[in-house]
Each structure stands twice: as structure tokens, then as C-alpha cells.
Design a protein around this ligand. Structure first.
Ligand code: GRF
Length: 201
């Protein structure tokens, strides 16, 4: 199963995926492409270290989201990508993209969805005062952060947490559940049933 990882920044989730692959913990998945919409994305260092193919697709020059997404689909098809992993890719994907890769795009989000979708999920959790937050891997649909949930992990929110401390604690679990989800999907163990998924053993 050929995987593309899409990033925009730091790339710590990408690093976790590449480390998992090196340790043969990614099932039948093979990371064949790292794509960034930012040429300066720090995470590209990990792609270089692991000698992965890199594509940069900046959003400059594309008036409409759909125009950008059509090029994105073309690149991913050129690499015969089976699964697209959004790992801190800071763009909302249009229906053009979702349709082309239906049930083949996953995302990592730093809250227990459906709580706190969208940007700054950790700050939203702190501001709301929840005692438990966490992270979620889910399939991507037209609804932002709203697709079928694959894996989640809870994280306790402490009274003295800051956005940074909570984000950091959640991140450790992101690095576990995202590679795990890729492994499960690559082994055909994730069945989508309506708005749910079922993990088969
Ligand atoms: C993570 O918090 C992820 O949940 C969110 O964006 C952040 C990306 O971090 N979608 P990194 O670039 O993987 O370090």
C-alpha cells in the first residue's frame, strides 16, 4: 500500500511514521512520498533523512481551492498513492479531492472528536475546562474533522496545563495512534460502516 504523507510544518507525526516504518511497524504500508505546501516546512528534514521523495506544492498562484486540489490529485495519482495521511497539513481539502480519494485519506487531530474540531483544539479544550482531552485519527470527509473515527487516545487535562504542556502530552499519543492506524488500514483491518469504523482482528 503506497502512502503519501502531507505536511505543512514541524513534521513530528511524519517522523513517528517514518520511524515506525523503519521498525517494520507499518504493516503493508510503504511511505513513497512526502508532500508539503510550504517549501520551508521543518518536517522535510525527516523526509530527507529517510531519503523519501519530496514534492512541494505551494498554494500561491491558485485562485480557487479546487484548482490547487486538482493538481494535488494529479501528483498523488502519478505516484499511484493508495492512502493519503494528513499530518499537520494546514489546508482544507475541497470535495474535488475528497471525491478522488474517497475513504483513502486520514487525518490526526489533537482532541477527542467530535469535541473541538478545527484550529487550536488544545486551546479550545483548556478554555472549555474539560478534564479529559486526547487525540483522534479519522477518515477525512467533506465535513471538517467529521469523518469516521479510526482510533482515539485520552489524555488527562491538568489544572496547571498550558496550551504548550497539554499539546506536548497529547502529541506523544498522536505519534502512537497515527502509525497504528496506517498499519491497521494497510492490513485491511479497518472496515467503514456508515459513519463508524470497525477494527477487525
Ligand atoms: C498536530 O498537533 C496534529 O494533531 C495537528 O497538527 C499538528 C502537527 O504537528 N493536525 P506535527 O507537524 O506532526 O509535529
Amino acid at each position: 500500500m503506497k502512502v503519501a504523507v502531507l505536511i505543512s510544518g514541524r513534521g513530528s507525526n511524519l517522523k513517528a511514521i517514518l520511524e515506525a516504518e523503519k521498525e517494520n511497524k507499518l504493516g503493508k504500508a510503504k511511505v513513497v512520498l512526502i508532500l508539503s505546501n510550504k517549501p520551508e516546512a521543518k518536517g522535510l528534514e525527516h523526509a530527507r533523512k529517510y531519503r523519501k521523495k519530496i514534492e512541494i506544492l505551494e498554494s500561491k498562484g491558485y485562485e480557487k481551492r479546487e484548482e490547487y486540489d486538482k493538481i494535488l490529485v494529479r501528483i498523488l495519482n502519478d505516484y499511484e498513492i493508495d492512502l493519503v495521511v494528513l499530518a499537520g497539513f494546514m489546508r482544507i481539502l475541497s470535495p474535488v479531492f475528497i471525491e478522488a480519494f474517497r475513504n483513502r485519506v486520514i487525518n490526526i487531530h489533537p482532541s477527542l472528536l467530535p469535541s473541538f474540531p478545527g484550529l487550536h483544539a488544545q486551546k479550545q479544550a483548556l478554555d472549555y475546562g474539560v478534564k479529559i482531552s486526547g487525540c483522534t485519527v479519522h477518515f477525512v470527509t467533506e465535513e471538517v474533522d467529521g469523518g469516521p473515527i479510526i482510533l482515539q487516545h485520552p489524555v488527562e487535562v491538568r489544572d496547571d496545563d498550558t496550551v504548550e504542556s497539554l499539546s506536548q502530552r497529547i502529541l506523544q499519543y498522536e505519534h502512537q495512534i497515527l502509525p497504528k492506524a496506517i498499519q491497521l488500514i494497510s492490513e485491511g483491518k479497518v472496515k467503514i460502516e456508515g459513519r463508524k469504523t470497525r477494527i477487525v482482528s
